[in-house]
Design a protein around this ligand. Structure first.
Ligand SMILES: [Zn+2]
Length: 302
C-alpha cells in the first residue's frame, strides 16, 4: 500500500514537472524567476528559522518551509504532494540531516538539480543506548545551532556569491545573538549543573550536555508512540530512586503518559521546548530558549 502511494506520488511529480516544462517552452520566457532570484526551501522549523535569519532582507531570496510548522519533529514524517511542489521550484534545500529527514534520499533522486545543504554535517553526533542511528536533535544545543548557522551561511555564500556579503553579515549578527543567549543560559543555569532531568522524547541530549544536565529518563522512547506499561514503570522507578521532582513535556505532544507519571509520583509537569515548531518569526528560536531557561530555573529552584 505504502509502495503504491509512493509510486503514485512519483508519477504525479513527473506529470507536474513535464507540464511545467511544457508551459515554459510555450511561453518562451522563464516565468516568475528572474536573474538573481534564489529560492530556499528548508525541511522543517528549526532550520527554517536559521535560513530566515541568514537570508534576511536579501533581495530576490525567498525562504519557505517544506513541511508545515505544526509537524514538529520529522521522525517518520511522510512528505505530501504539496510539500514536494515547493521543491519543484527550489534552488536550495536546507536540511538538518543526521537522519532527521527520513525522506531525504527519495527527494534527492526526484529533484537532482536542487542543491541539498545538510547543516548537521561535521557536528559530532550522540548515539543513544540501542539506537539504530545518531540522535539528530543537534540544534537544541545553542553551540550546535551556531555551527549550523555558520554552515548555512558558508553554503549560501558559495551558491549565491552575488549576495555573499549579505549572508555573512546576517549570520554574523545572528550568531552574536546566539552567543549572548548561550552565555546568559550558561551563567544562570550554572548553579544547577549535574541535575537530572526527565524529558518527553529523545530531543535533549545535546542541550543537556551543553548545560551540564543528565537526562535520567525519556518518557516516550519511540517518537510518536506511547510508552509501554513496562517503560512507564521504569520511568516511575527512576523518579522515585533519584528524587527528581519535575517531568518535562513538550508543547508539540499531548500530556498523556506524563500525566500518568505525575499522578503516580506527584512530580510537577513543566514544559521544555525542542524548538520544532512555533511562530513564523526570526527571533523565535531565541525566544523559545529563553522560555526553556525560565522553565528550568523554575524547576530547580523550588
Ligand atoms: Zn524529535
Amino acid at each position: 500500500m505504502r509502495g503504491l502511494i509512493v509510486t503514485s506520488f512519483r508519477v504525479l511529480i513527473l506529470i507536474v514537472i513535464f507540464m511545467a516544462g511544457a508551459a515554459a517552452t510555450v511561453m518562451a520566457q522563464p516565468s516568475g524567476k528572474g536573474p538573481g532570484t534564489v529560492r530556499i526551501v528548508a525541511s522543517f522549523y528549526p532550520v527554517y528559522i536559521m535560513a530566515r535569519n541568514v537570508a534576511k532582507n536579501i533581495p530576490g531570496v525567498t525562504v519557505t518551509s517544506l513541511t508545515p510548522s505544526v509537524s514538529g519533529c520529522l521522525h517518520d514524517y511522510a512528505v505530501t504532494v504539496d510539500d514536494l511542489k515547493k521543491l519543484a521550484g527550489a534552488d536550495v534545500f536546507i536540511v538538518n540531516g543526521a537522519g532527521m529527514e527520513s525522506f531525504l534520499e527519495r527527494v534527492i533522486t526526484q529533484f537532482p538539480r536542487v542543491r541539498v545543504v545538510p547543516l548537521a554535517e561535521g557536528i559530532p553526533l550522540i548515539y543513544g543506548k540501542g539506537a539504530s542511528g545518531p540522535n539528530p536533535h543537534v540544534w537544541v544545543s545553542i553551540s550546535n545551532a551556531i555551527l549550523e548557522v555558520r554552515s548555512l551561511s558558508v553554503a549560501m555564500e558559495a551558491i549565491d556569491p552575488v549576495h555573499a556579503k549579505g549572508y555573512r553579515k546576517n549570520s554574523d549578527e545572528y550568531i552574536l545573538e546566539l552567543e549572548r543567549l548561550r552565555a546568559q543560559m550558561q551563567s544562570e543555569l550554572a548553579p544547577y549543573k549535574g541535575q537530572k532531568i526527565i524529558t518527553f522524547h529523545e530531543a535533549f541530549p545535546y542541550f543537556a550536555r551543553e548545560f551540564g544536565f543528565e537526562v535520567a529518563a525519556v518518557i516516550e522512547r519511540e517518537p510518536g508512540s506511547d510508552p509501554s506499561a513496562r517503560e512507564l514503570a521504569e520511568t516511575v522507578d527512576v523518579i522515585r530512586s533519584s528524587g527528581i521532582r519535575t517531568v518535562f513535556i513538550e508543547p508539540q505532544y499531548p500530556l498523556g503518559a506524563a500525566a500518568a507519571i505525575a499522578r503516580e509520583t506527584h512530580v510537577r509537569v513543566l514544559t521544555l521546548d525542542p524548538a520544532v515548531n512555533g511562530e513564523d518569526d526570526d527571533g523565535a528560536y531565541i525566544r523559545i530558549m529563553r522560555k526553556n531557561l525560565e522553565g528550568l530555573k523554575d524547576a530547580f529552584s523550588k
